[in-house]
Design a protein around this ligand. Structure first.
Ligand SMILES: [Zn+2]
Length: 363
């Protein structure tokens, strides 16, 4: 199996590869088709769910790709690779695997990190029964200054200076937390968590109800890119530190990889509204253990790419050649074209998948 058998160049191709791979190894597939949005060219947008192993077992694995749209090319490749390399046939008895492909299909298809409403889906799962929505007071002071007028070196230098001044006053950790934790006020801003639940959020609740109804123990991976060393996995475990589930994640993936790790060398932001939190809530008091697993790309330089993503979302009528050039840069940032990066992340993703399944089997 070569990396290019698994890595696709478009959402449509990724979806096709995913469906072909699951058909080739006996997966039960169900598609959740987006009711009113389409891919470029009018093709359907859908979240695909493929099930393997014992559908009624109390132990189930839930592996998700495409929460952050364009980051999904990598997670999708791992899912496709797992199916194509005989993963389902190797499953131990007494457990099932649920693959969720393209949780944010709009972002995946349109080469952006956010949803059809410019919502960061991985900040959208706040508990909306418990008002008010989380505040991000520092972000309020920065939002206007962070909006790029034009995509130029001068404008980027201006914003970088604003961030440097903030860092001077509050420190790097506070800046990272402010930019990354999520905000619920500015729909045109960074890490906007949304005023209401996104379609993908509701679809995931339906998927959890349908596929994990009998589950008592759930192994969870949400595949992302952008944090960590180039081509290497980086773990963000959101089980309670010091608790039994956190210890279990350490057993699966290595204590040194999970405990006290610092994204981009900084303190981990207090992220709000994660998919991880949402699935935990959907499961009630049933146990879930797992992590967001990132593959590193450009390190802290991703900050500029996130701005580019937001700027491009606001540019109707941009010269097509300029758009293509900037989108190529974004693609290379979220999913490097470098074949070695793709081969390494695929191999690593398959290994981490197998380790989670082995851990689930003996849980
Ligand atoms: Zn992400």
């Amino acid at each position: 199996m070569e990396y290019y058998d698994c890595y696709a160049a478009s959402y449509a191709a990724a979806r096709e590869k995913f469906l072909a791979a699951s058909a080739g190894c006996g997966g039960d597939v169900r598609s959740f088709v987006h009711p009113d949005r389409t891919a470029p060219g009018g093709a359907p947008l859908a979240i695909e769910v493929a099930r393997f192993g014992d559908r009624r077992a109390g132990r189930q694995a839930l592996f998700i790709s495409g929460t952050h749209g364009q980051e999904g090319f990598s997670g999708s490749a791992v899912q496709i690779g797992w199916m194509s390399s005989g993963g389902p046939a190797r499953l131990p008895s007494g457990l099932g695997v649920v693959l969720v492909h393209g949780l944010n299909p709009y972002g995946f298809a349109h080469f952006t990190r956010t949803t059809e409403n410019n919502v960061d889906l991985n900040r959208n799962f706040v508990d909306r029964s418990a008002a008010p929505l989380p505040a991000n007071l520092h972000y309020e002071t920065l939002h206007d200054a962070l909006l790029m007028g034009q995509w130029t070196a001068d404008e980027n230098a201006r914003v970088d200076a604003v961030l440097a001044a903030f860092t001077e006053q509050h420190g790097r950790d506070a800046l990272f937390d402010t930019l990354a934790r999520g905000q619920y006020v500015h729909p045109d801003g960074l890490m906007y968590g949304g005023h209401e639940r996104e379609w993908s959020n509701r679809a995931l609740e339906a998927i959890v109800q349908e596929t994990l109804g009998d589950a008592e123990k759930v192994a969870f991976i949400d595949w992302h890119t952008g944090i960590g060393d180039y081509g290497k996995p980086f773990f963000l475990c959101f089980n309670e530190p010091g608790g039994a589930l956190f210890a279990r994640a350490c057993d699966w993936w290595g204590r040194d990889n999970v405990v006290g790790v610092r994204p981009h060398g900084m303190e981990r932001p207090s992220y709000t509204g994660l998919v991880f939190h949402g699935v935990q809530r959907f499961l009630g008091n049933r146990e879930m253990c797992g992590a967001v697993i990132e593959f590193g790309t450009r390190g802290v330089a991703m900050r500029r790419v996130l701005r580019l993503d937001q700027w491009l979302r606001r540019q109707d009528g941009l010269d097509p050649d300029l758009r293509a050039a900037l989108q190529a840069d974004m693609m290379d940032a979220f999913c490097p074209f470098d074949g070695q990066w793709r081969a390494d992340t695929l191999a690593s993703g398959l290994d981490l998948t197998d380790r989670a399944i082995a851990g689930l089997a003996t849980w």
